[in-house]
Design a protein around this ligand. Structure first.
Ligand code: LLP
Length: 422
């Protein structure tokens, strides 16, 4: 469920008509709903009720300060994967003891910044990384809390580009080597083992792969404890999928996921951390765009939008489906047609949908891409010198621009001319 509904024939974000936002900020833009963000965070928090837990929002999905602050105020922790994300989390007021640091290639500088500013734990992905964390912790005379991310060699049954839990993927250490690598960690100075970490992929639409991975993790935890390690925290990663089409997708609910976690891991009596990104923000955001032209091709009609692949890369990159709906609700019985929906960028890959059934549209009509809140704005670029588009946050009947559209000059002035060209 989300808070983007038609009211009086106009698609709204909560109580604000999208036509009103479009008039104020121009198109294209991203818009997020506070009520949906809150609801989705709460669903996870409730799903783990009865277990000591922390929901660490995977901020790679959408990292605007206003989104982080909204979730942080609800008590969310953050899962960060770069020095930039760590700085964003801190800037949004998230305390260090609610920030976990994931990612396969943490640099010494990133590790130093996190150890200085405060960190809940590093999710370690390799032996050399563990050694660098130890070295930097010794330099700073602090103790670095760590978990080790294990790769359980489980098929997440998702798009190959976002599956991370198979042995051929670059992530984690093979679960078969867990005892050896934990023994190495225990022998390193200024390292404190606090738990274990696993994340097998994104947009999972079944519980079975999670359960297979968590079952393997539970076995390994028993072994590690027998080896004398203090495993008190389980970081279970993110990955729970969302319905991208209204009709035929029913991924498991957070409550079902939570019940499975309790069943498979409850006996270990650990603190649970999860790192959901997409489920919190995916269906809390829309991309709103205008039709520039309707173009008649040889055997099809193209709807040419002012949004393009640089604004939303998911269809080009993952063959992802996004529902695209008119902002003005079509009248009952209005003529339907099929469109290839494309952007203005000079590549055929700049195609959002092919042969999509839609009500007939004309130049200047507004459309909204649903489920665009996660991995939308954060993956955008200025390809074709198209400035990054604004982000807007709605809260009830209020809305605010939370990232403004840069002017052409602001975009151009980030370049500098070397002295030999001046
Ligand atoms: N934790 C770790 C260690 C991750 O690598 C990820 C996502 C998450 C948590 C959050 O996963 P989520 O709950 O959002 O599925 N750009 C792609 C998705 C990439 C996911 C990368 N890792 C897309 O647009 O589908």
């Amino acid at each position: 469920m989300d808070h983007f509904l038609y009211k009086d024939g106009v698609l709204h974000a909560e109580d604000v008509a999208l036509t009103e936002i479009a008039a104020a900020v121009g198109t294209p833009f991203y818009v997020y709903s506070t009520a949906t963000l809150t609801r989705h965070f709460q669903l996870f928090d409730d799903a783990l009720a009865g277990m000591d837990h922390l929901v660490c929002y995977a901020m790679k999905a959408a990292s605007n300060q206003a989104i982080l602050k909204t979730l942080g105020d609800l008590g969310a922790g953050m899962d960060v994967v770069s020095g930039g994300e760590y700085a964003r989390a801190k800037a949004a007021g998230i305390p260090g003891d609610r920030i976990v640091f994931s990612g396969v290639g943490k640099t010494a500088d990133e590790i130093r910044a996190a150890l200085t500013g405060g960190i809940r734990q590093f999710n370690v992905e390799s032996e050399p990384e563990m050694q660098v964390i130890s070295r930097v912790a010794v330099e700073l005379d602090v103790t670095a809390p760590i978990t080790i991310r294990v790769n359980p060699d489980v098929d997440a049954k998702t798009h190959a580009k976002i599956a991370t839990g198979k042995s051929e993927n670059k992530f984690g250490i093979p679960i078969s080597r867990a005892r050896e690598v934990y023994a190495m960690a225990a022998a390193l100075p200024n390292i404190e083992i606090v738990g274990i970490d696993v994340h097998i992929g994104s947009q999972l639409t079944q519980l079975a792969p999670f359960e297979a991975a968590y079952t393997k993790v539970a076995e390994v935890v028993e072994q590690l404890r027998a080896d004398g390690h203090n495993i008190r925290r389980l970081d279970l990663g993110g990955g729970l999928g969302i319905p991208y089409t209204r009709s035929n997708e029913t991924p498991p609910l957070p409550s079902e996921y939570g019940a499975m976690v309790k069943r498979v891991l409850g006996h270990l009596d650990c603190e649970i951390e999860i790192e959901p990104g997409r489920l919190i923000v995916g269906n809390a955001g829309l991309l709103v765009s205008s039709v520039i032209y309707v173009k008649q091709g040889e055997d099809r009609e193209f709807l040419i939008l002012d949004a393009a692949m640089n604004d939303l890369i998911r269809p080009a990159m993952y063959e992802a489906h996004h529902d695209i709906v008119p902002v003005l609700e079509p009248a009952a019985g209005q003529e339907q047609t099929k469109y290839d929906i494309v952007g203005p960028v000079c590549e055929s890959g700049d195609t959002f949908a092919k042969g999509r059934d839609m009500a007939r549209l004309a130049s200047d009509d507004l459309v909204a891409f649903r489920s665009a809140g996660a991995y939308g704005a954060v993956m955008s670029s200025e390809y074709n010198s198209r400035p990054l588009i604004p982000e807007v946050l709605v809260n009830g009947s209020d809305f605010a621009v939370i990232r403004a559209r840069p002017t052409f000059d602001e975009m151009i002035n980030r370049d500098t001319i070397p002295m030999w060209l001046a």
